[in-house]
Design a protein around this ligand. Structure first.
Ligand code: MV4
Length: 496
C-alpha cells in the first residue's frame, strides 16, 4: 500500500478520499486554490498544498502545479477524484512520468474512451449493443439524408468528439436535416474544436442506467451492478439509486448488462474503477453510450447496497494488489437513494447560489450517509461546481429508503444560501417517482405537473377572492368597478 497520497480535487469528493486514506493508514495531502484555503478537505487532510488563484486553470486543472505539489510533499500516488483532471490522459501520463501512481485506469484507456465514436467502435468490436447509427462522421447532406432515411426518423445528431449533450440535435424529418447538421456541427466545433457529427436512431424516453466495474492489474474484473440515473436536469444528475427499479422487476437484465459492460471494459484493457453508461428503451433493449474512466459522484449508492468500498479498492488496485472479490461474491442487498444537494435555487431557474453558510444541521441516524464538503461558517465559492453534499440513504426496500430519505431531508438544515433540498421532499412524494417508472423525461414532466398544480392553486385563491368581491359589489376591485384580468382568469379557470 502507498505511504502518502495527494488528492487532486476539492469539495465533498476530496473529503471522501481523505477519509478512505485515513482508514487505509495512508497519509493524505489536500491541495487547494485561494477560495478553498479554509475548506473541509484541507482541515481534515494530514498535509495541505496551496496551488494558486481560484480559477481552475490556475489550480485544480493545472497539471504542472499539481505535480510540483506532489513532488514537494513526497507522495507516491495521486487520486484525481471526479471532474477536473480525472479523465485527462496527459495528466495520468504526467503522474507516471514523475514516478507517482495515477489512481485510475491506464492512460490509453482514458484516451480511447474519451472519443465517443472510439468508444462506440470498441463496443461494437466487443460484441456489445450500441444504438443503431453510423460509426463515421456524416459527409454532406446527401449522405446524412441516406443514413437518416435508413435509420428512420426521429434521429439524433451527435458530436464525434463530444459528450454531455453538446452538439446534439434531434431531427424529426428530412426537411430539418440540413439546418440541424449545420447547427450541431458548429456547436461541436466551438465546444470540442472538431465539427464532426454522426447519426443515431433516437431512443425515446430512455432510462439512463450505468454499470459499475472494478478490475485489477492482474486481469480480474467484476461488475457491481447498476445505478439508475434517469433523474437528471440538463445532463446533470440529481437523484441516483441502486438497484434500478427496472432490475428489481427484471433481475436478468442486470446480468446481461453487467456482461456487456465487462466485455467492453476488457476490450479497453481496463483496470481500476470505471462506469459504463447505457440507454434502456421501453422494451428493455439496452445500448452502450459511453464509459466514464473515473470514480463517479454517485458511487455511494453502489457502496451502500454491495457493502464494498470503491475508494479502498481503487487504492489497493492501483498499489498492485489483487481484487479478491469474485463475481459470485457480489450481493445486492436492500435499496439506496442519493440526492445531490446543490447551492442553487429551484425557484429561480436553478441559478447558482454561492455565499456563507450561516447555519448547518446535518442528518444522521440509521441508514443515513452524508458525503459533504461544507461546514457552518464556510463560504461556498462561486468559482466551482455548486455541489455541496450528497445525501444517501439505505433501506431494506425502496419504500423504506424513500421514507428514510424524507426523514433525513427534514433533519437537514442549511441556511444562508439557497439549496435544492426542499425540492427533493416533493420528488419523494411524487406518485411517478414512487412507482419507479423513471425515464430521462421524468424531471421535465415533474415540473410540468408541479406548474399546473401551482397555477391551479393560485387560480383557486384568485377565484375565491374574486367571488367575494363580486358578491360585495362594492366596486373597489378596480378603478371602474370591473374585476382585474387576473381575477377574471382565475374565475374562468375555476369554472372550466
Ligand atoms: C441519446 C438519447 C437518445 N437516443 N442517444 C445525452 C448525453 C449524451 N452522452 C447521450 N445522451 C443521449 N443520447 C440516442 N440515440 C438520449 C440522450 C439523453 C440522455 C442520456 C443520458 C442521460 C440523460 C439524458 C438526457 C437527455 C438525452
Amino acid at each position: 500500500m502507498f505511504r502518502k497520497v495527494l488528492v487532486a480535487n476539492r469539495g465533498e469528493i476530496a473529503v471522501r478520499i481523505v477519509r478512505a486514506l485515513g482508514e487505509a493508514g495512508v497519509a493524505s495531502v489536500a491541495v487547494y486554490a485561494d477560495a478553498d484555503r479554509g475548506s473541509l478537505a484541507v482541515q481534515m487532510a494530514d498535509e495541505a498544498a496551496h496551488l494558486g488563484a481560484s480559477a481552475a486553470s490556475e489550480s485544480y486543472l493545472n497539471i504542472g502545479k499539481i505535480i510540483a505539489a506532489a513532488r514537494r510533499h513526497g507522495v507516491d500516488a495521486i487520486h484525481p477524484g471526479y471532474g477536473f483532471l480525472s479523465e485527462n490522459a496527459e495528466f495520468a501520463e504526467a503522474c507516471e512520468e514523475a514516478g507517482m501512481v495515477f489512481i485510475g485506469p491506464p492512460a490509453a484507456a482514458v484516451r480511447e474512451m474519451g472519443s465517443k465514436t472510439g468508444a462506440r467502435k470498441l463496443a461494437i468490436a466487443a460484441g456489445a449493443p450500441v444504438v443503431p447509427g453510423t460509426e463515421a462522421a456524416v459527409v454532406g447532406l446527401e449522405d446524412a439524408k441516406k443514413v437518416a432515411g435508413a435509420l428512420g426518423y426521429p434521429v439524433l445528431l451527435k458530436a464525434s468528439a463530444g459528450g454531455g449533450g453538446k452538439g446534439m440535435r434531434r431531427v424529426d424529418r428530412e426537411g430539418d436535416l440540413e439546418a440541424a447538421v449545420r447547427e450541431a456541427s458548429s456547436e461541436a466545433l466551438r465546444a470540442f474544436g472538431n465539427g464532426d457529427v454522426y447519426l443515431e436512431k433516437l431512443v425515446l424516453e430512455p432510462r439512463h442506467i450505468e454499470i459499475q466495474v472494478l478490475g485489477d492489474r492482474h486481469g480480474h474484473m467484476i461488475h457491481l451492478g447498476e445505478r439508475e440515473c434517469s433523474i437528471q436536469r440538463r445532463h446533470q444528475k440529481v437523484i441516483e439509486e441502486c438497484p434500478s427499479p427496472l432490475m428489481t422487476e427484471y433481475p436478468e437484465l442486470r446480468e446481461r448488462m453487467g456482461e456487456a459492460a465487462l466485455r467492453i471494459a476488457r476490450a479497453a484493457n481496463y483496470h481500476n474503477a470505471g462506469t459504463l453508461e447505457f440507454l434502456v428503451d421501453r422494451d428493455r433493449n439496452f445500448y452502450f453510450l459511453e464509459m466514464n474512466t473515473r470514480l463517479q459522484v454517485e458511487h455511494p449508492v453502489t457502496e451502500l447496497v454491495t457493502g464494498l468500498d470503491l475508494v479502498q479498492w481503487q487504492l489497493r488496485i492501483a498499489a498492485g494488489e489483487r481484487l479478491t472479490v469474485r463475481q459470485e461474491d457480489v450481493r445486492w442487498e436492500g435499496s439506496a437513494i442519493e440526492c445531490r444537494i446543490y447551492a442553487e435555487d429551484p425557484e429561480r431557474q436553478f441559478m447558482p447560489s454561492p455565499g456563507r453558510i450561516t447555519r448547518l444541521k446535518e442528518p444522521s441516524g440509521p441508514g443515513v450517509r452524508l458525503d459533504s464538503g461544507i461546514y457552518e461558517g464556510w463560504e461556498v465559492p462561486v468559482e466551482y461546481d455548486p455541489l455541496l453534499a450528497k445525501l444517501a440513504v439505505w433501506g431494506p426496500s425502496r419504500e423504506a429508503a424513500v421514507a428514510r430519505m424524507k426523514r433525513a431531508l427534514k433533519e437537514y438544515v442549511i441556511a444562508g444560501i439557497a439549496t435544492n433540498r426542499e425540492f427533493f421532499g416533493e420528488i419523494m412524494d411524487d406518485a411517478g417517482f414512487r412507482s419507479g417508472a423513471l425515464s430521462t423525461a421524468f424531471l421535465e414532466e415533474f415540473f410540468a405537473r408541479r406548474q399546473k398544480l401551482e397555477s391551479n392553486t393560485e387560480a383557486e385563491a384568485a377565484a375565491a377572492l374574486g367571488a367575494v368581491l363580486a358578491q360585495r359589489k362594492t366596486g373597489t376591485s378596480g378603478a371602474n368597478g370591473s374585476v382585474s384580468a387576473w381575477l377574471q382568469t382565475g374565475r374562468d379557470t375555476l369554472l372550466r
